[in-house]
Design a protein around this ligand. Sequence first.
Ligand SMILES: [Zn+2]
Length: 235
Amino acid sequence: MPNLPGCPYCGSPKTTEGEITSCQYCGKAISRLTTIQQKQSRLSKLANEIGRKPPTKEQMMELGELTLGLGQTAQAVNYLRAVIKQDTEGAHPRLLLCLSLLGFNQPGVESSVHAREIGLHVAWLKEHYVDFPPVRWLSYYLEMQRLSRTGDWPRAVALGKQALDEFPNNYLLNSMLAAALLRFGKTIGLAKADYQMALKYMKIAVEMNPDYTPAVRNSHAIEKKIALLIAKHEG
Ligand SMILES: [Zn+2]
């Protein structure tokens, strides 16, 4: 669960300095960030308001946003699927559903279990909202994830660099580029400079989202590897 105040709609951490105008992950205009406690108390209040009545579409949407922000992605998926059934034209519920299915705010739970459902929504989003920045970064991320499964790290590196030109502060894209630079784990033959390059991006991911534990863990592992290589070289 995230510890830092984040976007009230998708829960992502604040990643840009200065005045917050819109969330770089979900694209919503935001005037303030909310803490986990604020999200939890709003969720209880909303549950009381709803009571035994079936929730309205707006209430269902807010339930989806709050549970996603709290890292309760399984619940978020159910709420957001229900919203999309009623609101087939909106980008926001589909984007949040894709993030929920990807395990957003639930680091470590990355799977391709939902690849088909995500693929359907992303195809729809690209058809209707192709220039919407959240659709663009998500497309980059998913394509790199696909390349990681096929092991095509050279293309993933090229795509990752292109993605970071557009979204330099996106922690998921930074973390994915670092993984691609480490050839998705096929590290035989990598030199110190390769690890140092990967570390640079992995550290940006940590800086942008200190709650994202895979990047924290991987940064430490890369630093250790670099220290070993230096020791070997000197010894
Ligand atoms: Zn957001």
